[in-house]
Design a protein around this ligand. Structure first.
Ligand code: JFZ
Length: 454
């Protein structure tokens, strides 16, 4: 057997040693097991899981109509974790940066003081919303409370929030709510209902608190519910509440949260990660795009680089062409794309994200007709193109323009073909169910060229 030598941080080794001892396994077997578990989680999970799925009846619920038309939203992961940005005590931790507290098992006592350093003087709600607008996004979802437990809103049930615990003292969600209303962008709140590594009764923190002593139901009743009440009362109309990582939440608990949301704001959508298949729409695994059209309302939450929250050394930016193709791919299969940015601790959205969002926005400016309000098109399962449709028009989204300029599609009838951007007419030769379009040799746009068939 070839020997591979890997340097792992001693804290990892200690953790493996601890679980190995608990489970009575060798360290080697335990490392293998953990690796396999991670692999299962990352690779073999279905794209859309039943428990993050859509409740019965929601598929025909008109409350979702705006969301079905919108297709494209901005996700924002922002909180205390944006300050260390993946680095703790001089060591860079692997993985998504908003999980730093958990990965490094940072005691609450050591993590809390980050709040005193959270002073995002560059924060500009209007500019963030204007960026979403330029990108062609119709809604925005921001982390009101992520797993680390810190609240971006002024809460009466904790002081661990933006207004009470930071030198900034501003309710940034209030400012965002105002900017969204002014610029006609719908506002959604991400809220971590199960995991809370700061609250003694929340899920996840087993380094400060003994899991056996936790009163999870008390946490839901006396902490989560008052938060949901505040979020759905103090910020005007909220379009979406984006719960996450349901884990062991019971059906009764998920249902009671849903009822509370419905009572406070009947039009507010609840995402599938509420748990127990009770959400208004299904949320796919992060960055996962299903292979085919799903007869569900579903969404892919996705990152532009790898981390959700700002991470100092994550430079793995997807190209704008890649993002445009992902948007098209998702929409052609009936989904929505919730694309994320991670602002810095100072409140700045990283420039590579800004540039890419603007590039998608420029593409949408010319081709939005083939995206917004469309349904999956009649041509599916091809590598070289995607299709959408609306009001009798079929839109072909060409990924790979054939060298001879001729595009053959089956299963559509059309009299005319035009490039959507610019309107140039293309020669079309239709016989029966097959259409041959003679385009220019070489695509007109780098990422995706759209042809409208009528
Ligand atoms: C969750 C969070 O833990 C993460 O920090 C981020 O907020 C992201 C949007 O959601 O992580 C998940 C949840 C579900 C899957 C993967 C990561 N999944 O189903 O594959």
């Amino acid at each position: 057997m070839p020997e591979i030598k890997i340097d792992i941080p001693s804290t990892f080794a200690e953790r493996i040693e601890r679980v190995a001892a608990e489970e009575n396994e060798s360290m080697e077997d335990m490392a293998l097991l953990l690796l396999r578990r991670g692999y299962d989680f990352a690779v073999t999970r279905p794209d859309v899981e039943p428990d993050r799925s859509q409740r019965p009846g929601a598929r025909s619920d008109p409350r979702l109509d705006w969301w079905r038309e919108a297709k494209f939203g901005l996700f924002i992961h922002w909180g205390l974790y944006s300050i260390p940005a993946g680095v703790w005590k001089g060591r860079e931790w692997p993985g998504i940066a908003e999980w730093l507290m958990y990965r490094a098992e940072i005691p609450v006592e050591e993590y809390e003081p980050l709040a005193a350093r959270f002073n995002p003087v560059e924060f500009d709600a209007e500019a963030w919303v204007a960026l979403a607008k330029r990108a062609g996004q119709k809604y925005l979802v921001i982390t009101s409370k992520h797993h680390d437990g810190f609240c971006l809103f002024d809460s009466a049930v904790t002081d661990y929030d933006m207004v009470d615990a930071t030198p900034f003292k501003r309710d940034v969600l209030k400012e965002l709510a105002e900017a969204c209303a002014a610029q006609d962008i719908k506002l959604g709140f991400y809220y971590s209902q199960t995991q809370d590594w700061h609250h003694p009764d929340g899920d996840g923190n087993d380094w400060d608190y003994d899991p056996a002593e936790k009163d999870f139901d008390g946490y839901i009743e006396e902490y989560v519910k008052p938060h949901v009440r505040e979020l759905l009362t103090n910020y005007g109309p909220i379009a979406i509440i984006w719960f996450d990582t349901p884990k062991g939440i019971s059906e009764r608990q998920s249902r009671s949260l849903l009822e509370l949301c419905n009572e406070l704001q009947p039009d507010c959508l609840v995402c599938g990660r509420l748990g127990n298949a009770l959400g208004d729409y299904a949320t796919a695994g992060d960055n996962r795009i299903p292979e085919e059209v799903l007869d569900l309302d579903w969404e892919t939450p996705a990152t532009i680089n790898d981390s959700w929250s700002y991470k100092l050394n994550d430079h793995n930016w997807k190209s704008s062409g890649d993002l445009i193709r992902k948007l098209v791919d998702i929409v052609s299969k009936g989904g929505n794309y919730l694309l994320n940015v991670g602002p810095t601790g100072a409140g700045v959205i990283p420039q590579p994200s800004v540039e890419r969002l603007e590039a998608v926005g420029r593409w949408l400016e010319a081709n939005g007709e083939a995206i917004y309000g469309t349904a999956p098109g009649p041509i599916q399962g091809r590598e070289d193109l995607r299709s959408t449709s609306k009001e009798g028009v079929v839109y072909l989204h060409i990924y790979d323009w054939p060298a001879d300029g001729r595009i053959r599609v089956e299963g559509v009838q059309a009299q005319t073909a035009r490039l959507l951007a610019g309107g140039e007419a293309l020669a079309i030769d239709g016989s029966g169910d097959e259409v041959v379009i003679s385009g220019p040799a070489g695509a007109r746009e780098e990422a995706v060229t759209v042809i409208a068939l009528r």
